[in-house]
Design a protein around this ligand. Structure first.
Ligand code: ZN
Length: 79
């Protein structure tokens, strides 16, 4: 299995939690730890887009973790 080159991308200044998908690509939860101010993105497949709605951290981290547990993408040219 080829692992992702996106295991350790630059850490955003508002990084709250970093998880990894099945091939090691980072799945980042960013934003603020209070209010509906957190969002997540996967460096393996690029999902979801930057237009994803912000939400409470427990919901955001739950969705990010669920995604990381099933995503096998290791996209090599994701910005
Ligand atoms: Zn993904």
């Amino acid at each position: 299995m080829k692992l992702s080159p996106n295991t350790s991308p630059l850490e955003p200044g508002d990084l709250l939690i970093r998880m990894h998908n099945l091939v090691g690509a980072a799945v980042d939860v960013t934003g603020l730890s209070y209010g509906q101010n957190s969002r997540w993105t996967c460096h393996g497949c690029g999902f979801p887009s930057d237009r994803a709605a912000n939400d409470w951290l427990p919901f955001t981290s739950g969705r990010a973790n669920a995604h990381a547990a099933q995503c096998r993408a290791a996209y090599h040219r994701l910005g």
